[in-house]
Design a protein around this ligand. Structure first.
Ligand code: DAH
Length: 339
């Protein structure tokens, strides 16, 4: 019997286990209620008295060895779990990646592109750093023309001929220089003006320019196109054109859309008139066509220009234009659901 116990002691000392379950099985085998140690203690009762001392010592040795082994194995297992603890629970489900949201300017720009693409307009682009010719002179705004003051321009200091474009009308010049009529194009892009920054105006903003050149294009075509556009974008089909002045169009007009006066917000937005101004437009001035090598006797056309930021503010009831360029995630996240 003593030999048996000695064998067990050796077995206990050599035992290793790496899992909780294996350690627990080992504990039950030796130290459990019905474990081996219990068996030995039962057997101990029948051991002749003169052998009890040696026998008892061996059992105690086995008990001690098994107890120590269990706590030693448990400790080493715990320290291992702590090591991998820095990775956390590797089996837990991953965190969903936060998806970005489209910027309200992009949302509105894409809506505008989508509407005009349905009636045959393509998209064109031009540079933000522009020369005097494309931004002013070709658009019937020669040097010293008072209308140049309408737009406070950022010039490149070392070269007064180079500037940050003040409107996307510069792109219509480039497009006409490089393409033959019929032309149907819209040009979205960023523009710059030396204006004080406030809730209502910024030194950079975004515009969409529209240009349609073909034979026999009339003011009625312009009106129809704008009415289609406002119906699609705002769901409002009532528009009015107020006579206005732009050097590059003749006649020129400003377009108002009838927003309505149903709610208090309508009152505020329209200053109690029900009307909202949304863009400038007109028939392309023959001088502009000629500047771009298009025969103004053969061709005519219309152009229009609108501010994307302003429309985004209107559509999404945003009260401060500066929010559009501050990149505050709390603001931007609100557009997640709008694609
Ligand atoms: N370029 C004008 C602006 O920035 C907007 C504009 C008005 C564009 C009339 C046009 C137009 O093409 O016909 O205020």
């Amino acid at each position: 019997m003593i030999d048996k116990i000695k064998e067990h002691i050796a077995e206990v000392e050599n035992f290793t286990a790496e899992s909780k379950e294996a350690i627990e099985a080992f504990r039950i085998k030796y130290l459990g209620k019905k474990g081996l140690l219990n068996d030995f203690f039962v057997a101990f009762k029948n051991v002749p008295n003169d052998q009890k001392k040696v026998f008892g010592q061996s059992i105690n040795q086995l008990k001690l060895a098994a107890t120590e082994k269990v706590s030693e194995l448990k400790e080493s297992l715990e320290s291992k779990t702590e090591d991998t603890g820095k990775y956390g629970d590797l089996t837990r489900p991953g965190e969903a990646m936060a998806l970005g949201a489209r910027h309200p300017i992009s949302i509105v720009k894409n809506q505008i592109i989508d509407i005009f693409s349905r009636i045959g307009f393509n998209v064109s682009e031009g540079p933000e750093i522009e020369d005097d010719w494309h931004n002013f002179t070709a658009l019937n705004l020669p040097e010293y023309h008072p209308a140049r003051d309408m737009q406070d321009t950022f010039f490149i200091q070392t070269d007064p001929d180079i500037l940050l474009r003040t409107h996307t009308s510069s792109v219509q010049v480039r497009y006409m220089e490089n393409n033959k009529p019929p032309i149907r194009t819209i040009s979205p892009g960023r523009v710059y003006r030396n204006e004080a920054i406030s809730a209502r105006s910024h030194c950079f903003f975004h515009q969409v320019e529209g240009l349609y050149i073909d034979k026999d294009v009339s003011f009625a075509d312009l009106k129809q196109t704008l009415q289609f556009f406002t119906t699609e974008l705002f769901g409002k089909s009532k528009i009015r054109l107020r006579p206005s002045y732009f050097p590059f169009t003749e006649p020129s007009a400003e377009v108002d859309v009838y927003w309505g006066l149903e709610t208090e917000t309508d009152y505020k937005m329209t200053k109690g008139t029900g009307w909202l101004e949304i863009m400038g437009c007109g028939m392309v001035d023959p001088n502009v066509l000629e500047n771009c090598n298009i025969d103004s006797k053969e061709y005519s056309g219309f152009a229009f220009g609108m501010g994307i930021d302003r429309i985004a503010l209107l559509l999404h009831q945003i009260s401060d234009i500066r929010l559009l360029s501050e990149n505050d995630v709390r603001f931007l996240e609100q557009f997640k659901s709008t694609l």
